[in-house]
Design a binder for this molecule. Structure first.
Ligand code: FES
Ligand SMILES: [Fe+2]
Length: 445
């Protein structure tokens, strides 16, 4: 357990907060590219407690500016999209995509007042289906060469979903390898041929048994956490009865993303981005090593569970997440259906909007969570001390562009050298990837 003061320091992210400053030092997902499709590409964005509006102008360029007009505060989401900018419908002030006011048609002829009016604006960059924004000071950092950014657009599918809780507890479910044996337990195994687009339904490399069975039969992983340039690598070992070892490698990418294997074919890179202190979005990039991603199918699977335009889950706390006591007895551990996203959503939302960590009791399997909080705390302390980002991961002398992969993999090996086993298994998958160059340099591994 930690003090209330430390809990506040680690979780609160609105402007002026220490954790907010750390998160603002990195590119963060702000919207899906698909949200800007349609006749009028203008969408509201609430990001880390700031209300913004994202739009694509007639030249195809993106702008992310303050949602409230600097004149008298009208909502620019209702602005007129014209002349490569947004015009406020209240008195006609016009803003270009960098937030500069360029016209005030009601002010006296020749007035230069507009030159002194600048709305908030942030840099944005589109990457394989996600619009990323940089809300920090100074120049934005480079993007790391993560698989989801290196792979061609055809091999990456992006989606998002709203969770009604603080971002940190959302992230912490992703660095907790023990929960998969319980929260995502299926009491019956499905045919793994129907596993496309679903997590924990494939077979691990080298296994004849489905992941569902493996996780169920071996619930006590031995977890190792290693520091890396980009954050943390988590290795969960499960000793099988026949003497072999199941090795699951997942990652925390600082400050608020994870990278996990989904199947032999795909990995998931997932950000947990604060909307404000009490809500967050998960943004996932599903990257395929093998064939191009079947985006229509992936989207259809996920749209069946969410409502637009907010990407809000259909199952939620207001309908008890679809809880069914009979199902809990016979089919799933949670009684909340077969979609593991719903299980995770319940697990993170049921802790309360902001988990009260003064009452928790962390065990040995929570080592990833403990190590991550330590890292975030160190980043906060360093930023407060010298007011720079120089000692934060991927800015501490490591160029973000030198970060690649990372290795996210499930494999089963009879060798005691599990490190060599997962490295070889991952390299084999990457070497057979024909649609793009997924190979990693030795220094990455
Ligand atoms: S409030 Fe926007 S122009 Fe007046
Ligand atoms: Fe999970």
């Amino acid at each position: 357990m930690i003090s209330q003061k430390l809990n506040d320091t680690l979780t609160l992210i609105t402007p002026g907060t220490p954790a907010g400053a750390v998160l603002r030092s990195y590119w963060q997902p702000a919207a899906l590219t698909e949200e800007l499709q349609g006749e009028r590409p203008v969408v509201p964005v609430r990001l880390m407690g700031e209300d913004l509006v994202l739009f694509r102008d007639q030249q195809g360029e993106l702008g992310l500016i303050g949602r409230h007009c600097p004149h008298r505060g009208a909502d620019l989401c209702f602005g007129r999209l014209e002349n490569n900018g947004l015009r406020c419908p209240f008195h006609g002030w016009h803003f270009s995509r960098d937030g500069q006011c360029v016209e005030q048609p009601g002010e006296p002829e020749g007035s230069m007042m507009h030159t002194r009016i600048k709305n908030t604006s942030y840099p944005v960059m589109e990457k394989n289906g996600i619009v990323f924004a940089y809300l920090g000071d100074g120049e934005p950092p480079e993007f790391p060469n993560l698989d989801c950014f290196v792979a061609p657009e055809s091999h990456v599918f992006a989606f998002k979903g709203l969770w009604e809780c603080n971002w940190l507890q959302a992230l912490e479910v992703g660095i907790d390898p023990a929960h998969a044996s319980f929260l995502h337990r299926f009491l019956e195994d499905e045919d793994t041929d129907n596993s496309y687009g679903k997590q924990f339904r494939d077979k691990a490399e080298g296994a004849e048994i489905p992941m569902t069975q493996l996780l169920r039969d071996y619930p006590r992983p031995d977890i190792t956490v290693e520091d890396t340039d980009y954050g943390l690598r988590l290795i969960a070992l499960r000793q099988l009865h026949d003497g072999r070892t199941h090795v699951r490698v997942t990652n925390q990418i600082f400050p608020c993303a994870i990278s996990v294997p989904m199947s032999r074919e795909m990995i998931i890179t997932q950000w947990h981005v604060p909307v404000d202190n009490e809500n967050c979005y998960w943004y996932s990039m599903f990257t395929s090593f093998d064939q191009p991603v079947d985006k229509a199918r992936m989207r259809e699977q996920r749209l069946a569970e969410h409502t637009l335009p907010d990407y809000a889950p259909i199952k939620n706390r207001r309908n008890n997440y679809g809880y069914n006591a009979k199902e809990q007895q016979s089919q799933t551990y949670t009684g909340m259906g077969m979609d593991i996203n719903v299980h995770d959503q319940w697990a993170v939302e049921s802790l309360g909007r902001i988990q009260d960590r003064t009452k928790e009791h962390l065990g040995k399997t929570d080592v990833g969570i403990i190590r991550y909080r330590k890292k975030l705390r160190a980043a906060i302390d360093a930023m407060q001390k010298d007011n720079t980002t120089e000692s934060l991961p991927m800015t501490n002398g490591t160029k973000p562009s030198s970060v690649s992969g990372p290795v996210s993999n499930d494999t089963i090996t009879s060798s005691a050298d599990w490190r060599a086993a997962f490295t070889a298994s991952d390299a084999e998958r990457r070497a057979s990837c024909t649609g793009w160059n997924a190979r990693l340099s030795d220094s990455t591994i």
